[in-house]
Design a protein. Structure first.
Length: 640
């Protein structure tokens, strides 16, 4: 195992919580559901200070010492009822008014079983887990009653609780089986047992961690490999209703000794006390598959948590600085990412530091897969892509970029298509609600993001190739190019005089077909005459006939424009003055005569006269026609 050398990808949060440390007079308890720390000081009256889940949330009160030492203490979700266990078969309920206990109204509930623990499932409902099963009780303060409302009988040796999923993992006395149980308000649902493979296998409570990974409940079991003797972690996933949790992944630790587990940003973090290092595993990454189980190595070599300096109260202005002992024997870990040092009196959250970790993963494709699953991975992934397009690589990373674009756009496509389905499959009055409820992927890189990192490389070598690789990737996943990207690609192709490529893109509809993009093409038509025809072809696809007519008139193609206007707009909607003026500007008498006669025929059909209506304001063109084509010359022109 490589020793830490200054690179740290896991760190303790700077916004930590201080509390009274464990001592002869003070005991400390932690409620992982409410993320509250209870510092209970005995001697005379019992003083209790509750902190969490953030530093400035503090509740202080006193209780009597009657009934013995406290074994467990937890607030209801609304902090209005305090559950206290002093005896192995009884729980007290203390009602609160504001932040102070009503000590005269304590409700004591005693049972005939051995209580292992309890969890609040609602403001007034609590589940007791004992050696004989699980039972939900309703606390009724106004009647000073505790009512049983649901029970499950099962012989239990120990249990683990996942507050995020409301699931208790029960280890039964019969066959040492592990049974997940969903516990919610008025509901206890027994789920399929964990398939341990060996019916006689015994699992110790200290070796089991319960948590969520990628939104799925995971049972993490630490065990020794029977062949190598090295420790590994079995990952059993609860894949869905009616499906037994099965071993889907194995994390190879290649170490022996004491371990503890957290989950951070969907990564499984395994801490090793002897080497004072932490190993990161991502079950979304590929690994070695044996008998439908994926075996994972750590993402990179183990590293230490970043050192943490604690400023202690002192009379001196500068204070005293204490370097905290990492991986201390006094540490207790809770899910998903909580570290508590009871002796020091600190609670931290473990955080992932993305950038140092990226520097340790040399395979850029695997790094992409990793970053696409991290909540803070977007900016780092964009930075990685931008680096691969840098001049230092001179185009050698194009195959890697192509694969990265595909991985980015596969996720992007699923999001785009889901958005389209939401907008087309639902009535208009519920579309806005549906869109809000559709959660985006963990990392979503859209075209606008890519345009931002493409802009600095425009006009550089390989820029055109990079743009085309990205466009082809979009096309592979049936994603239409947006306006900004289309214009950027057009500019690059025109700059490089790649007109054949541009014509193919327009022909195969790989660029956005819109009036704006077509007009952008027209603005560059002075570079090459073929560009104008590409723009007209694009306008024709979207049936923007009025713009095509304007372009043709500007190019002097008056007869073609008139033919298109007649077919698309209808003869009655063709403006006479506009076409007569364009024909006049060509200085071609034959064209002017043809256009003029076209409108005379129209006038005769519509108004039963050759004369133009005054509203069309064609007087100057009538005079020009009469001056240019007197009756005799007009007849000659018509018969020639």
């Amino acid at each position: 195992m490589e020793k830490p050398n200054g690179i740290h990808y896991i760190e303790l949060s700077s916004n930590f919580i201080r509390f009274d440390a464990v001592s002869q007079l003070t005991n400390v308890f932690f409620d992982d559901s409410n993320k509250q720390i209870f510092a209970v000081r005995s001697g005379g009256a019992t003083g209790v200070v509750v902190k969490g889940p953030v530093e400035d949330t503090v509740i202080s009160f006193c209780m009597s010492d009657r009934g013995g030492a406290i074994r467990s203490i937890k607030f209801s979700p609304d902090n209005q009822i305090l559950a206290v266990q002093r005896k192995e078969n009884a729980v007290e309920f203390v009602c609160f008014q504001g932040e102070q206990p009503l000590l005269q109204d304590i409700i004591t509930h005693q049972v005939k079983t051995l209580i292992y623990g309890f969890v609040w499932v609602h403001n007034r409902e609590l589940a007791l887990i004992s050696n004989t099963g699980v039972e939900i009780f309703q606390i009724v303060p106004e009647k000073r009653q505790v009512r049983s409302i649901k029970a499950l009988s099962i012989s239990i040796k120990w249990f683990a609780w996942c507050c995020d999923a409301n699931v208790a993992l029960l280890c039964t006395t019969e066959g040492n089986t592990l049974v997940p149980v969903l516990i919610k308000q008025k509901v206890i649902t027994k789920l399929p047992k964990v398939d341990l493979g060996n019916p006689g296998r015994e699992v110790q409570e200290s070796k089991v961690t319960l948590g969520r990974v990628y939104g799925v409940l995971a049972v993490l079991i630490l065990q020794s490999n029977s062949t190598t003797g090295m420790m590994e972690v079995e990952v059993h996933l609860l894949n869905g209703p009616g499906l037994a949790p099965r071993k889907c992944h194995v994390l190879r630790l290649s170490l022996v000794g004491r371990f503890a587990i957290n989950t951070v940003d969907n990564l499984i973090v395994v801490h090793h006390q002897a080497t004072a290092t932490s190993l990161l595993f991502d079950i979304a990454l590929s690994g070695e598959v044996i008998d439908n189980v994926t075996y994972h190595a750590p993402i990179t070599t183990g590293r230490s948590i970043k050192p943490f300096a604690l400023k202690l109260p002192s009379l001196s202005p500068d204070g005293q600085i204490l370097q905290c002992e990492l991986y201390s024997t006094n540490w207790v870990l809770f899910q998903p990412n909580i570290v508590i040092d009871a002796k020091l009196g600190c609670m931290w959250y473990l955080n992932l530091s993305i950038e140092p970790l990226c520097n340790l993963i040399s395979d850029r494709i695997r790094l992409t897969e990793f970053l696409l699953q991290r909540s803070s991975g977007k900016q780092m992934l964009l930075k990685v892509v931008q680096q691969l397009m840098g001049d230092q690589y001179k185009g050698t990373m194009l195959p890697v970029l192509e694969t990265i674009f595909d991985k980015i756009n596969k996720i992007y496509a699923s999001w785009v298509h889901m958005e389209v389905q939401n907008q087309t499959a639902l009535p208009a009055n519920v579309k806005s609600t549906a869109t809000k409820n559709t959660a985006p992927p963990i990392v979503l890189i859209e075209q606008s993001d890519m345009v931002q990192i493409f802009q600095p490389i425009a006009e550089r070598p390989f820029a055109e190739t990079v743009f085309m690789l990205y466009l082809q990737s979009l096309n592979k996943y049936n994603i239409s190019a947006q306006e900004e990207l289309s214009k950027m690609i057009i500019s690059e192709l025109i700059r490089n005089r790649s007109f054949d490529t541009l014509r193919r893109l327009v022909s195969y509809s790989m660029l956005l077909e819109s009036k704006s993009v077509a007009c952008f093409l027209l603005a560059h038509s002075d570079v090459d005459s073929a560009i104008s025809q590409m723009a007209i072809d694009m306008l024709g696809k979207i049936q923007a006939h009025e713009i095509i007519i304007e372009v043709m008139l500007g190019q002097g193609k008056v007869i073609d424009a008139l033919r298109l206007a007649k077919n698309s707009l209808g003869i009655d909607k063709v403006p006479a003055r506009k076409f007569l003026e364009a024909a006049y500007k060509t200085q071609d008498d034959l064209i002017f005569h043809s256009v003029y006669r076209f409108f005379q025929v129209r006038n005769l059909r519509n108004y039963e006269t050759l004369a133009f209506p005054k509203a069309e304001q064609c007087t100057e063109f009538i005079q020009h026609y009469n001056n240019t084509f007197p009756p005799d010359s007009a007849n000659k022109l018509q018969t020639s």
